[in-house]
Structure formats: structure tokens, C-alpha cells
Ligand binder design. Structure first.
Ligand code: ASP
Ligand code: MG
Length: 411
């Protein structure tokens, strides 16, 4: 018998009517002969509301009581869905993370899954029962405390559970019908992709695509769990195709560039006239690392006088002020002439495993953007992607230009 994990996000379970619609999707799969575990998010907006209450109550993000509060959203949805499933004549029961148990470390607010024992759920399948699992949560065993996995964490719950119970596929139902070549709100000719490789999806998720939590794709890659991103807003009796995220071997026709991602959550910092001598980069980046600031693009200009150089890098926009303060406080120790920052920047990335075997892919982009008069502030490349930092007002023009350049436009 085939086994399936179905995950439904917040907008898909926003109210009882939507939950009844979810039950219809589940019923279809059960009647087709699958053993089903359903993983649910909190109803749309619930988690934000719970977090706001925690903030008002004076609690911290890494406090176990924060997790006790925010994990409750998913419990409500799981119970309601189990009720509705029974109402349509199916056998079902709800599972809190600790009941499975889904064991995590003790990093409250962003816990990592350590172990899932799938046996209880499998016993339930043998009794003909659908498992309705509260996503986003787990248990830290030795302290006996509830943990949560970080925002968007139900995706990761679902994928890890699929690995634990050896499900043939993990269907991620959401409010869009798949993964697109780029954000359809920015490029009207964006296309839904039929298949994307794990590696490409990982880059897309980390570079700004919001469909899946990045960690869930890491887990899928690690355990080779095939993911299918699809819409819960389809007619449950006639579901439409979505996007399969799978091993690259399953993808026959490989494009050079699969997608264009962009992120506005970037800020640029430049240190001018830094002494060109050993230890300077460490003097800049070690304090930032110690402050848990994630530095991304780094560019050091090669100086011709070999006495000073310029160093440019990017940090998440939310960390901009903190980064500037750290560097200002170390002005003497680092020894730079000027510190400049820019927040109105965007990082645009092209992703595709075809880049491994084709040269000149990025060069074409540089030329195309130059023809539109778009200045590139910084560039980074890796095996299957390249990213460019440009001025924010040019975002749409740049994304559209690259989308057309690499043949991604819908016909
Ligand atoms: N409810 C949690 C959140 O909003 C987890 C999830 O939906 O994946 O972040
Ligand atoms: Mg989500």
C-alpha cells in the first residue's frame, strides 16, 4: 500500500470551510488506496497573533514558554481537521508533536529535529486511521518541554515525517499551484515548473523564493523525499498538476537556467581605504560572525598601491544597523578611512544545474543588464547559481530582462 504525507499551510486551513476542503483532498487520496499522514499549520494569521501576545507578555524568542504558546495554533487545526474527517466518514486522530514523538534539540524557537519515531502512526495506519499531525512542533526529551521549529517549520515537520514513515511522496498544499520560474507578481510571463531538482530548490528557497521553508528542502535532499508543491484551492475532485521537487536524474529535459530569484532583504556595507595587510578581513568579519550576523557577498578590491583596499559585503537588511554599529566601534582596530552603507539594494540570482556544464551563462546576464543601463554593485557565483546586487528601483526590469534572456517566458 502506498504511503503519503499531505501538508496544508495556514491559508489552506484558514477557517472551517477551508478545513472541510482539506478533508475532501484527504478523502480522495485515502479512497485511492493510500495510508495518509496529514501535517497542518496553524490557521492563517494565528501564529502571528500568538507571537504578538508573547511579546506583550514580555517573553523572549528562546523562552520555552514562547514555544508552549505558539505551538498551540497547530494543535487547534489538527483537532478540527480530525473532527471534520470523522464527520465525512473517515477514521482519524490528531497528534501533537510530543505524542508521536518528534524529538528535537532544545533550541527553543528554532529547534532542530533529532529523531522521529514513526511506529505509533504506522500502528494507526494498520487500524485504518488517518494521522493528523500538528506541524511546527516537537519535544525536547530530557527537559520534557515543547519546542517549535522556526517560522514556516511545518514544511520541515512534513518532510521529516515523510522520511520517518517511508512515504513515497510528500505533497505540500499551499495557495499557489507550484514553483514558478520567478515571482508571478513581478513577471506576468512567469511559468510553473513541472520539475525542479532538490539542489535548485534549495538555492531558490535560500535566495528569496518563499514557497518552501529552506530547511525542509535540506531535509528532503538528505533523505531523498520527493516533494510535490500543489494548490489546495483546486477542486478536490479534479486536482491540477503542481511542481515535483526530485532528484536531478528524474529530470530529463534540463534547462540551463531554471529560475530567477530575488531578495530585497539585503544591505550593502563598504569599508574604504582599509590597510592592505594580513588580518584585516578577520578584524572585520570575526566580530560580525561573533554577533551571529550572516555575511553574504564579499568583494575585496585589488589595490595597485598595495597600501589600502576597499572591502564591500552584504548583510541581511534586518542586521544592517547592528553591523554598522559593530564596525564603527572597531574603527581604530580595523583601521579604515570611511564606512558606507546602502539599504536600497536587491540581490537577483539565476539558478540552474545546467550551469555546471555550460560556460558564459553569467556573462550573458552582465551584458543584458548593461544594455538596460543597470549597474551591478557586487557579484557572487557558485556551481549552480550566480547573484548580482543592484539598486532596488531596477528590480522588476532586471528580473524581467533575465527571465526573457534565459528563455523562461511563458509562450
Ligand atoms: N504556523 C507556523 C508559522 O506560521 C509554522 C508554519 O505555518 O509552517 O510560521
Ligand atoms: Mg509556509
Amino acid at each position: 500500500m502506498s504511503r503519503l504525507v499531505m501538508k496544508f499551510g495556514g491559508t489552506s486551513v484558514a477557517d472551517l470551510e477551508r478545513i472541510r476542503n482539506v478533508a475532501a483532498h484527504v478523502k480522495r487520496e485515502v479512497e485511492a488506496g493510500s495510508e495518509v499522514a496529514v501535517v497542518v499549520s496553524a490557521m492563517a494569521g494565528k501564529t502571528n497573533e500568538l507571537i504578538a501576545w508573547c511579546k506583550d507578555a514580555g517573553s523572549y524568542f528562546d523562552n520555552p514558554e514562547y514555544d508552549a504558546v505558539v505551538a498551540s495554533g497547530e494543535l487547534v487545526t489538527a483537532g478540527l481537521l480530525a473532527l471534520v474527517l470523522k464527520d465525512v466518514g473517515l477514521q482519524a486522530r490528531s497528534w501533537a508533536g510530543w505524542q508521536i514523538p518528534l524529538i528535537t534539540n532544545d533550541a527553543h524557537g528554532s529547534a532542530r529535529i533529532e529523531k522521529i519515531d514513526g511506529r505509533n502512526l504506522v500502528d494507526g495506519f494498520r487500524r485504518g486511521e488517518i494521522a493528523v499531525v500538528a506541524g511546527f512542533q516537537g519535544l525536547h526529551a530530557s527537559t520534557n518541554r515543547v519546542t517549535t521549529l522556526g517560522r514556516g517549520g511545518s514544511d520541515t515537520s512534513a518532510v521529516a515525517l515523510a522520511a520517518a514513515i517511508d512515504a513515497g511522496r510528500c505533497d505540500i498544499y499551499t495557495d499557489v499551484d507550484g514553483v514558478y520560474t520567478t515571482d508571478p507578481r513581478v513577471v506576468s510571463k512567469a511559468r510553473r515548473l513541472d520539475k525542479v531538482s532538490f539542489e535548485e530548490m534549495l538555492e531558490m528557497a535560500s535566495l528569496g523564493a518563499k514557497v518552501l521553508q529552506e530547511r525542509s528542502v535540506e531535509v528532503a535532499l538528505l533523505h531523498k523525499v520527493r516533494l510535490y508543491v500543489r494548490s489546495s484551492f483546486d477542486d478536490p475532485a479534479h486536482p491540477k498538476p503542481g511542481t515535483l521537487i526530485c532528484d536531478e536524474e528524474e529530470i530529463v529535459e534540463q534547462q540551463i537556467v531554471t529560475g530567477i530569484a530575488f531578495s530585497r532583504d539585503e544591505a550593502q556595507i563598504t569599508l574604504r581605504e582599509v590597510a592592505d595587510k594580513p588580518g584585516v578581513a578577520a578584524a572585520i568579519f570575526v566580530p560580525l560572525a561573533d554577533a551571529n550576523i550572516n555575511v553574504d557577498m564579499i568583494i575585496q578590491v585589488v589595490s595597485d598601491d598595495t597600501t589600502t583596499t576597499d572591502i564591500t559585503f552584504t548583510v541581511p537588511a534586518a542586521e544592517f544597523e547592528r553591523s554598522m554599529e559593530i564596525l564603527e566601534a572597531r574603527r581604530q582596530a580595523i583601521g579604515y578611512a570611511k564606512l558606507n552603507g546602502a539599504q536600497d539594494v536587491v540581490k537577483i540570482s539565476a539558478i540552474g544545474i545546467g550551469m555546471r556544464s555550460h560556460s558564459g551563462v553569467a556573462a550573458r546576464a552582465f551584458k543584458a543588464l548593461a544594455e538596460k543601463g543597470i549597474n551591478i554593485r557586487a557579484i557572487t557565483t557558485s556551481e549552480i547559481k550566480f547573484s548580482m546586487l543592484i539598486d532596488e528601483p531596477y528590480t522588476e526590469l532586471a528580473v524581467r530582462t533575465l527571465h526573457t534572456l534565459y528563455g523562461l517566458d511563458a509562450k
